[in-house]
Design a protein around this ligand. Structure first.
Ligand SMILES: O=C(O)CCC(=O)C(=O)O
Ligand SMILES: [Fe+2]
Length: 346
């Protein structure tokens, strides 16, 4: 089984669009993983960021320590090689985690005053729940051009993500813009795209969410005479579903393979090698919950490069959701309001 490759240029061509939407429906319900090509992001936007990855990871240890995620209540920053684990086993990668640059809103102990954003504005919202601590600014590395390259990339993938959510709505045959309010767009005209949801008046309002963008380096594993079979395939990151976010847009930078996707019958690992000009798209746990399992948050893993290979770099963009949104609110939009996605998938 190969993963489908969807050509997003068909979205602008009325003769090709129906087939694109059919492919998208199949991909959503069958495997939950796909590639997109002709996605509209400029190669220069991608290259400016990926060209900086070797220098980012070559920063002195002291700089990395200063940027440690442990310094950040928002869990943004650096974590060192093999410091994180999946299923009790070390992930053989190091990473810098960044996110949409946003001010602190948390108003519990140590945060700004209840109901006031850190920039002084008040919207009457209660930000005392601990989960609001997750929202806040980045720790920026001292690396010329990085913040600018990151910000340009962030904005471009955010726009792609919202455009892609609209395509999913079309594939589900629910009104375009149904999910817009998850992303802080309260009226269709707030949306960067022309959403046409009929009636938004009764919907809860949310702050625009924070997207998280991890920058990952998987170094080649050293030659290992160990006969332990678990060492034969070094764990870059162990089998998991994406927990933070709605959709994931993964950029595999360079040509080092390693990503594998669990097949629908849970019996085999399907390789998802880098394909130039593409992103890999998959769905997070929240999407699975909101569609009551109709769209799967598919398990995947990364095998770290073997001895003698180069570093593998990748950049997953986890599309954020409002921290105060409940599963019921997610479901209400997928189900009773506009058509039952659970039934579409069955
Ligand atoms: O590095 C990759 O290709 C995938 C990483 C991943 O699945 C994750 O960080 O959630
Ligand atoms: Fe993942």
């Amino acid at each position: 089984m190969d993963l489908p490759i969807l050509d997003l240029s068909a979205a602008n061509d009325l003769t090709r669009k129906p087939e694109l939407l059919r492919q998208l429906r199949r991909a959503l319900f069958d495997i939950g993983f796909l590639y997109i090509i002709n996605h509209g992001i400029l190669p220069s936007t991608i290259d400016q960021l990926t060209d900086l990855l070797p220098s980012l990871f070559a920063l002195p240890d002291e700089d990395k320590a200063n940027l440690s995620k442990l310094n950040s209540p928002h869990f943004l920053g650096y974590s060192g090689y093999a410091e994180e684990t999946t299923l009790g086993k070390q992930d053989l990668r190091e990473q810098f985690d960044f996110a949409t640059e946003l001010p602190v809103v948390y108003s519990g102990s140590g945060g700004p005053t209840n109901g006031h954003l850190a920039n002084g504005s008040s919207n009457g919202q209660d930000f005392s729940q601990l989960y609001w601590r997750l929202r806040g600014p980045n720790q920026w590395p001292n690396l010329a051009g990085f913040k600018e390259a990151f910000t340009t990339y962030h904005n471009a993938v955010q726009e792609l993500a919202y455009r892609f959510v609209h395509l999913i709505e079309e594939a589900f045959e629910i009104p375009i813009g149904t999910f817009d309010h998850f992303f802080g767009f309260h009226q269709p005209h707030d949306s960067p795209m022309e959403g046409n949801r009929p009636d938004n008046n009764d919907l809860p309002t949310f702050l625009p969410p924070q997207h998280r963008i991890n920058h990952l380096r998987y170094p080649p594993s050293p030659p290992n005479p160990d006969t332990d079979r678990s060492q034969v395939q070094p764990q870059g990151v162990g089998p998991h579903k994406d927990s933070s976010g709605w959709l994931t847009f993964l950029l595999q930078a360079g040509n080092n393979p390693g990503l594998e996707v669990l097949s629908p019958n849970n019996r085999e690992w399907i390789p998802a090698p880098p394909i130039p000009g593409t992103f890999v798209v998959n769905f997070g746990n929240a999407f699975e919950a909101a569609t009551e399992g109709a769209v799967r948050a598919t398990t995947h893993r990364v095998i770290a490069p073997g001895p003698g290979r180069g570093d593998r770099y990748s950049i997953p963009f986890f599309q954020g959701l409002p921290l105060d949104m409940t599963v019921e609110e997610g479901r209400a939009n997928c189900g009773s309001g506009y058509g039952v996605i659970g039934m579409l998938g069955s």
